[in-house]
Design a protein around this ligand. Sequence first.
Ligand SMILES: [Zn+2]
Ligand SMILES: [Zn+2]
Length: 173
Amino acid sequence: MVDDEVIYCSFHPNVETRLRCNRCGAPICAKCAVQTPVGFRCPQCVRSQQAVFYTATPVDYAIAAVVGLVASVVAAFIMGRVGIFLALFLGPLAGGAIAEAARWATGRRRGRWMWLVVSGCIVVGALVAAFYPVLFLLFTPRPLISLPLSMLFRLDLIIYVVLAVGTAYARLR
Ligand SMILES: [Zn+2]
Ligand SMILES: [Zn+2]
């Protein structure tokens, strides 16, 4: 069948095209056609398809944040004691475990920003592990300045955060 009829893109009314979305049939131009494994689709169909793919609710995000935070604080305190060398090996494992805990707690529903929530938890957990000595100083008569700065610069925790966030991103993306 030869389709010589001139049609115009439904998103760009001035652009002539011969392409149609293979789901809803809307005319689309080369600029807005999205190539999917099943053919060219219009941006609207792609978006509604993704909405089905991402099923996490706001409650899921809240649960992921709580579970992720608890797991991240525990992991960061452990990582803060094992040394830089072990942090290199255990960092990805810890990140994977935190991601799995959040996934399990949310019934394995996917969320577009789930990786961001869990990564945020990992960062906050490491900050708690790094800065909790400051809390003790607040309740002592010593001036804050007496805290050695080296206590706050934690290369082991930085390494752990980078590796753990990388793993969590790969798992939850
Ligand atoms: Zn469509
Ligand atoms: Zn277009």
